[in-house]
Design a protein around this ligand. Sequence first.
Ligand code: F6R
Length: 361
Amino acid sequence: DMGGHDTYMHKEISEQPDAVDRVLRGRIDDRFSTVHLGGLNLDAREARSIRRIKILGCGTSYHAGLIGAGLIESMARIPADAEPASEFRYRNPVVDPDTLYIAVSQSGETYDVLAAVQELKRKGARVLGVVNVVGSAIAREADGGMYVHAGPEVCVVSTKCFTNTVVAFALLALHLGRIRDLSVTDGKRIIEGLRRLPGQIEEILKSEDDIKKLAKEYAGAQSMMFIGRVRGYPVALEASLKLKEISYIHAEAYPASELKHGPLALIEPALPTVAIVPDDDLLEKNRAALEEIKARSGRILAVAHQTQEKADHTIVVPKNEDELDPILMGIPLQLLAYHTALAMGRDIDKPRNLAKSVTVE
Ligand code: F6R
């Protein structure tokens, strides 16, 4: 049942305010400015002894993990990174007892992720799951974890589950942070930011008509570049994947800082760039990248908190706390991919060559 929407993807994009509300519900503890995550099976002493966090997933779940690693590093000050689950498994990684491993999966059935979890458990590691489908193989195999409560996702490409997974990581980062060195004041600031998310997503969804017009303008492109810096880079990666998957337009994502080390050679009027430009400590650096592109006559669509002079178009999104901005900046780009694919007449819910759940290697 598409509930009045033309596609499941559109329905699922539209459901995000409610979905985010669900992942937050019942978990926030205002008294101690923290969150309760009962299923982690990790007491405070164990949480304090974690020396490193390694996040594993595939595709969109890997991208959510990249943002999650950034959230954990900034809030809990635990070194954290994300890696594609299949790469991890085949490079014979050093499995360290002080590292907490986290497997991320919408379906909870992705073979590459499940096999990595099984290999880790065989070596005695502690593995948590950040999973959407309740009772799925990865959820059962993990030592504990959290459900992301996005609800059923039918469209082959992931949207609301991506957003909810990132919010789940923000909760985990806050939880770990408050056990370690995150202050009550910062905890409170993040909680207030989290509570603003559903309303702000609602606001972004209202700009759909404008994004649809922009999509028509970019639908003819042969290829597109997506750039972002630090927190914005995984947003660029995910937006580029979404565009590729459903429109079949070739797209690349680069850290904005890497442009001059190679990809700047591609910039010309026929190759538009989507730039993630949050109003944070890197704003001036990001603006410099826009100037470099403009100097090569590249077209620019910015996703920003204020209109960018150097950009041909800006999608203005509401500002949240710096840490949580990536969650909101991804949403207009889901709509951009959607309307680009729609303008090109693609089968959005079932893109060619892809399956919802990849249970084979
Ligand atoms: C992207 C997409 C895929 C999945 C990936 C992992 O839109 O749908 O990249 O994210 O196959 O799937 P899960 O999260 O079910 O493990």
